[in-house]
Structures are given as C-alpha cells and as structure tokens.
Design a protein around this ligand. Structure first.
Ligand SMILES: Cc1cc2nc3c(=O)[nH]c(=O)nc-3n(C[C@H](O)[C@H](O)[C@H](O)COP(=O)(O)OP(=O)(O)OC[C@H]3O[C@@H](n4cnc5c(N)ncnc54)[C@H](O)[C@@H]3O)c2cc1C
Length: 375
C-alpha cells in the first residue's frame, strides 16, 4: 500500500461499493477495506430487493431525496448493464377504517414527495389483484425489484475498473487523526498493519457508529448510536406466487414498512420482513415468531395463504438510528469538519431504502469528496 492514499472507504456493502465506483477516478489512489472475505455479506445480501419509490419518508429528508433519485438511476443502471430487475409496481392496502385513514395520509405524503401514485377504485383493485382483500388501496407504479447481488457485483466491477483497490479480510480497528489525514489501524489475516489516507469514508453499515467512535466522535452526544433490527422472512410454498401479480404491502403501523409480499426477479414468493430489535448478530429463524407472523396484516390481505404454506426462511439485520417507538430518523451522510475531523465522512443509519438510494448516495458523497480534495 501507498504512504498516503487519497481516499479510503470502510465497508464493501452496496453503499461502499457504489461510493467507490463513483469516487475512483484516474490519478486517485482509492482503497476499499472490508472485514469479510468478500463484498456484500451483511445488509446488502439480506434484504427485500425492492426498488422503493419514496413514499414513506419525511418531505425534503435525505431518505426521500436519495430514494427518488436512486429509483430513477437504478432502472437506468439495470437496463444499461443487464442487471435483472422488474418494474412490477406495488399496491398498499388497508383492511379496516383505521388503516384506511393511515393509507390516505401515506398517499398524500408520497404525492408530496413527488412519487407517482394512483388511488384505486374497488373495481380496479379486483382487476389488478383478484385474490387480494381490502377496503382501500393505492398503486405505486415505479416500485420494482432488483437482483441485489447483480447490482452489487456491478458496482464492484465498476469500482475495480476505475482503479479502486479492494482489500478483503481487513478490519478497521482504530483511526488516528493526522495533520493531513488519518492513520487507519487494520487487523488483517497476516497480522496488524496501518494505512494513511487523506479522505476516510465510513460505510461500515451495522458497525458505522463504532467506526465513527474510533475517530473520536461521542456517538451518544452526536445521536449516532445504532440499534439493530432483525427482519425475518418466511417462504410461501405451493405455487401461490401465481395468485399475486405485483408487490403487495399492508399500511405500515409499526417498525418500518410492515411484513409484505416479497418477490425476487424469478418471482419466488416470500413474506417479510417481520422486524424486531435485537442485541446479537444471529441470522437464525427458528419459527418462534410464527404466531406474530400469522397475525400480521399481510395474512388478512391474502387470505388464500394457509398457515401451513409458510416456512421460516432467512433473516437480515438492519442498522437503524430509530430506537423502539422513536419517530422518523433520516440517513446521516456528513462531512465531519465541524467536529474537527476534516476529510472524514460518515454514513450512518443507511437502512431501508439504502439499496434503492445507493447510486444517489454515491453521487452525493462524490460531491463532498470533490470539495474536500479541491482544498
Ligand atoms: C431485512 C432488510 C430488508 C431491507 N429491504 C430493503 C429494500 O427492500 N429496499 C432497499 O432499498 N433497502 C432495503 N434494505 C436496506 C439495505 O439493505 C441497506 O440500506 C443497504 O444494504 C446498506 O448497505 P451498506 O453498504 O451500508 O451496509 P452493509 O451491506 O451492511 O455493508 C457494510 C460493510 O461494512 C463492513 N464493515 C463493518 N465494519 C467494518 C470494519 N470495522 N472494517 C472493515 N469493514 C467493516 C461489513 O463487513 C459490511 O460488509 C433492507 C435491509 C434489511 C436488513
């Protein structure tokens, strides 16, 4: 490795890779450090693969802006690079009056964010999804699904092609501020080492608060502490995927968007994620939450699903800034110069819709980097 790299990125999830693909240009020495043996092993490969439209997020928030821009960019990237995707659309459905009130609020919120949405008549609901039950629904035609592995692989290829060096099995364990950058302490398979860098970008996903702490930020005061939220998926057997034509979501009443219909690009059907907060890193799905699952709204919307159709399948853990019961929290994408850390950029709480937002976040970070390197 060089004496002083220009840019070092911590974490090779979809965000770190998208950022690397954008900031790596000729003449820049860029490193991407990843503790796992390869890229995309954490949140990036354990999600619903939905290209979100931008409905749920507070107006003018980074989540709303990045999601809307990312949605447009993702379809272009997928189309131009042979990445499997489906612009299948989604329906959000209310099953009672309380949910109908919330659905209307959500519709207005989405519209105010600039998302194309259409309220459906009862007749249209029947035409579009004959097997769906509900009293009110709207359609989001720009929601879709993407093969998340193929997308991540694309960013990896683009970043490598642009000259970024990927260093796997390498964990960042300390960060020391220098007069002109940072000395990053590394734990590698072969032992300990370090790397000096002018710009340091924290894309460490579930551990991004810990990486911020290494740089000396008091994460409690900064309100950067992450809470892990586990989402469980259940597979749906018996060819019932043929009875659903697009993504179907309940009205969100608890954490995140609620357990919903998930399809992959091959139209394999799953339900989930059913979210709950955890302290431990375990992807085990033992079926003990089956009852919560069976009582979730999605079962009311699709009554042709029998409890025996559902099998515990997989889980993902999401890096949430939002504590249990807390209101909306936005993505943090921030150059920390005013904390005395010039050249240090934090990306914290990049939970859903992070996959969708990845190309937009990468552009945003690239602007910050250009500003830093200009000076
Ligand atoms: C259950 C679930 C469902 C979701 N559904 C959707 C969806 O449908 N649509 C959508 O848009 N988004 C969705 N998301 C969100 C999306 O998956 C994330 O926003 C996105 O994957 C975040 O990517 P990342 O690169 O920030 O994090 P990660 O993929 O977690 O990558 C971070 C990387 O940093 C590495 N790392 C951490 N610490 C260190 C260190 N000290 N040194 C070196 N490397 C380190 C990790 O090993 C990891 O590879 C979902 C997430 C979950 C969990």
């Amino acid at each position: 490795m060089l004496d002083m790299a220009d840019i070092t990125i911590v974490g090779a999830g979809v965000i770190g890779l998208a950022v690397a693909s954008e900031v790596a240009t000729e003449g820049r020495e860029v490193y991407l450090l990843e503790k796992n043996r390869t890229f995309g092993q954490e949140q990036t490969s354990r999600n619903s693969e939905v290209i979100h439209a931008g409905i749920y997020y507070e107006r003018d928030s980074l989540k709303a802006k990045m999601c809307l821009e990312g949605n447009k960019l993702l379809y272009i990237i997928c189309e131009q690079n042979g990445i499997p995707y489906k612009k299948c659309g989604k329906i959000i459905v209310a099953t009672n009056d309380v949910e109908a009130d919330e659905l209307e609020k959500l519709y207005i919120k989405g519209k105010n964010n600039g998302v194309p949405l259409r309220m459906l008549s009862r007749k249209e609901m029947k035409q579009l999804e004959p097997n769906m039950k509900g009293i009110m629904a709207f359609l989001s035609p720009t929601t879709g699904i993407v093969d998340s592995y193929a997308l991540t692989r694309y960013f990896y290829g683009k970043a490598s092609q642009n000259g970024a060096q990927m260093v796997f099995n390498t964990e960042v364990v300390s960060i020391e501020k220098l007069s002109n950058g940072y000395n990053v302490g590394l734990k590698e398979l072969s032992g300990d080492s370090s790397l000096k860098t002018r710009v340091l970008i924290n894309c460490a996903g579930l551990y991004s608060d810990k990486v911020a702490e290494m740089a000396g930020i008091n994460t409690d005061e900064a309100n950067y502490e992450l809470h892990w939220c586990k989402g469980e998926y259940y597979s749906v057997a018996g060819g019932k995927n043929k009875l659903i034509n697009r993504l179907i979501y309940p009205v969100p009443m608890a954490i995140s968007v609620g357990a919903h219909v998930c399809f992959d690009v091959n139209w394999r059907l799953r339900f989930g994620p059913l979210f709950y907060y955890v302290d431990e890193m375990s992807y085990e799905v033992n079926g003990s939450r089956r009852r919560d699952f069976l009582e979730s709204s999605i079962m009311k919307i699709l009554p042709f699903i029998e409890p025996s159709d559902l099998e515990p399948e997989s889980a993902g853990i999401m890096a949430m800034l939002q504590e249990k019961g807390e209101a909306f929290r936005d993505f943090i994408v921030r150059h920390e110069y005013d904390r005395g850390l010039p050249g240090f950029i934090n990306l914290i709480g990049i939970e859903t819709p992070g996959l969708t937002s990845s190309p937009a976040i990468a552009r945003y970070v690239s602007h910050l980097v250009n500003e830093i390197l200009k000076n």
